[in-house]
Design a protein around this ligand. Structure first.
Ligand SMILES: Nc1nc2c(ncn2[C@@H]2O[C@H](COP(=O)(O)OP(=O)(O)O)[C@@H](O)[C@H]2O)c(=O)[nH]1
Ligand SMILES: [Mg+2]
Length: 307
């Protein structure tokens, strides 16, 4: 481990909460780059995603996680394993709650995962831009604080940035002296192939509804770099022929929009011209197949070309 400069603090901070609370939006806002995809669909985030914020006096390694939910299928069980792994050996937890609704049984169940750890947790109440009056927050804060002895509670809007400075200061205050674990320009641990497949998946989530979002997996089959051009060949896997028709759209209109929007965002992100080739393939029951789930998770993604 590199030696810490005097006064430098660092640590690992997990971002937890129910699906749709705004965890990935918060990660992107804290790190200042879009590394986690965002959609108004539950379970958009399927693996843990690391984002690193390096400041002159600190380095914070954030870990975004899938939402806390019922583990009723192989993929959902994997996602909950990821959530539980994000509780251990962390310096701090951020529990993100949606401040625009009330506290439900699902919130109480979700907060209960914090019982399995001694790591201090900050309650982050998000989406305060949706509140008509700030006083509406008080009963919500009270209810959450009865569920767990939170170290602090901070209202924010990950979307507008309100409260983020206060949150950042509250995090820094709780980090131990430590070294920079990563170089200053390292912002995420995810390989480019995974980022590309996630951007494609995000565009599909934005353009489809009902059961389609849960049934979509994206695999980058081939990645070729020549000069300033990156050629990306990807397949979109769905579970049923009807879903394939939806993802393609009338006359190919949906797939075309997915391709254009993903390509433009990849060009901005990677700083290269992108050629994007997309195909849709039906692969029944992929959500229950451990081998395929391995191939989707970039941490175990040995050779996605073999799937
Ligand atoms: N109004 C509002 N919407 C937000 C805010 N943060 C996130 N959202 C929206 O909530 C939805 C879920 O966000 P996401 O970050 O994917 O949630 P996650 O499932 O917890 O990772 C998306 O449509 C976001 O744009 C916020 O502060 N205010
Ligand atoms: Mg997410």
């Amino acid at each position: 481990m590199p030696a810490a400069a005097p006064g430098f603090v660092s640590g690992f901070v997990s971002i937890l909460g129910r699906p749709n609370a705004g965890k990935s939006t918060l990660l992107n806002a804290l790190v200042g780059a879009k590394i986690a995809i965002v959609a108004d669909k539950p379970q958009t985030t399927r693996t843990s995603i690391q984002g690193v914020l390096t400041l002159p006096e600190a380095q914070i390694v954030f870990v975004d996680t899938p939402g806390i939910h019922r583990a009723d299928s192989a993929i959902n069980r994997r996602m909950m394993d990821t959530v539980r792994a994000a509780l251990d050996e962390r310096d701090l937890l951020l529990y993100v709650a949606d401040g625009s609704g009330g506290v439900t049984k699902r919130d109480r169940d979700a907060v209960s995962v914090l019982r399995h750890t001694d790591t201090p947790a900050i309650l982050v109440v998000n989406k305060i831009d949706c509140l008509k009056q700030k006083q509406d927050l008080l009963p919500l804060l009270d209810q959450f604080r009865k569920l767990h002895p939170f170290a602090d509670h901070i209202p924010i809007s990950a979307l507008t940035g309100e409260g983020l400075e206060t949150l950042r200061a509250a995090i820094l205050k709780r980090l131990p002296a430590g070294p920079a674990y990563f170089p200053a320009d390292h912002i995420t641990d995810q390989p480019e192939r995974f980022l590309a497949s996630e951007l494609i998946r995000e565009k599909i989530l934005h353009l489809t509804h009902e059961e389609v979002p849960h049934s979509v997996a994206v695999i980058v089959e081939k990645w070729e770099e020549t000069g300033n051009l990156i050629k990306i060949f990807a397949t979109i896997r769905v579970e049923r022929p009807g879903q394939k028709a939806i993802v393609i759209g009338a006359g190919g209109s949906v797939l075309k929009r997915v391709g254009t929007e993903a390509r433009l965002e990849m060009e901005r992100f990677f700083g290269h011209k992108i050629y994007l080739d997309l195909h849709v393939k039906v692969q029944p029951g992929w959500r229950e197949k451990p081998m395929f789930l391995d191939a989707l998770d970039w941490r175990t993604m040995a050779g996605s070309d073999d799937v």
